[in-house]
Design a binder for this molecule. Structure first.
Ligand SMILES: Nc1ncnc2c1ncn2[C@@H]1O[C@H](COP(=O)(O)OP(=O)(O)OP(=O)(O)O)[C@@H](O)[C@H]1O
Length: 263
């Protein structure tokens, strides 16, 4: 592909803490997060429900702006959303009245001519394997295909960082496995830095160069585990199973069940 990439930058999260006001109470959600993500690295984030994983991603996206600490992309202090960071959510969030091509084109800036827009959209539809669906509408696509459209839309401005917030959570198990292979293929083609939040420990190990494990709220970094397994990874290999066992037994063997959820 003839798509020129911007120079990759390191993502630096420094001393990040976040408090929300819930029911007139201040609730500390994130506590002193320090994390450096190298250009082109794939980092998976796991942790108990409510520990602040999505909030952390939203902060990197620039969607949350009140917090202490700093987030840098290269030399740029992140203060709000910008096209150098793309985000994909659990639901595809497509516009039902727009064709697939127009959904992908939606985020493209006015600096592109109509023919340039068409070329960029086609390249991205090809990247996610949907070039034959340019004129279809979202309701004509399966959940996995819709999610691929939202990945194309997030990549269309050539972001430095792709933020994936439980992007395959709503998909069935088989589609999920296919999408994991798909995101690896896209990542290997694009070499975009990826931050993935997931509830699925296998998915975190299968995809990540490193797995960040967060503690329960207020979310802090419990540990960061490098995954030195060769790609493509085999979920049933001895080494893979050992990494999974290590994460389960050391970090998730005794997850506290809040009283409200206990029987
Ligand atoms: N806009 C908001 N206003 C108030 N509280 C919020 C807001 N967004 C998130 N929270 C609170 O922050 C905490 C962390 O939420 P967040 O969605 O980041 O957690 P999470 O780790 O992604 O959870 P899950 O794994 O269940 O999706 C929760 O207690 C939630 O209630």
């Amino acid at each position: 592909m003839s798509r020129s990439a911007a120079k990759p930058q390191t993502l630096s999260i420094k001393g990040l803490s976040k408090t929300f006001k819930i029911d007139n109470r201040l609730v500390e959600v994130l506590q002193d997060i320090d994390l450096e993500v190298q250009p082109g690295e794939f980092v998976s984030i796991i942790g108990p429900s409510g520990c602040g994983k999505s909030t952390l991603l939203r902060m990197v996206a620039g969607l949350e702006q009140e917090y202490s600490g700093e987030i840098y992309l290269g030399d740029e202090l992140i203060k709000g959303p910008r096209v150098n960071r793309g985000m994909v959510f659990q639901e595809a969030r497509l516009y039902p009245w727009l064709t697939i091509a127009n959904n992908v084109a939606f985020g493209l800036g006015a600096q592109h001519s109509a023919s340039e827009k068409k070329r960029i959209v086609n390249e991205h539809l090809q990247l996610v394997g949907l070039n034959h669906f340019a004129k279809a509408y979202p309701h004509q696509l399966s959940g996995g295909m819709q999610q691929r459209v939202s990945i194309a839309r997030a990549l269309v401005n050539r972001p430095q960082v792709l933020l994936l917030d439980e992007p395959f959570g709503a998909l069935d198990a088989i589609t999920r496995i296919m999408m994991q292979q798909e995101i690896i293929r896209i990542w290997e083609a694009e070499r975009t830095t990826i931050l993935l939040v997931t509830h699925d420990i296998d998915e975190a190990i299968f995809l990540g160069d490193r797995v960040v494990v967060m503690s329960k709220r207020p979310g802090a970094l419990k540990t960061v585990i490098p995954i030195d397994l060769p790609r493509p990874r085999d979920r049933n290999s001895y080494q893979f199973v050992q990494v999974r066992k290590h994460i389960y037994t050391n970090f998730f063997a005794e997850v506290d069940v809040p009283f409200a959820y206990s029987i």
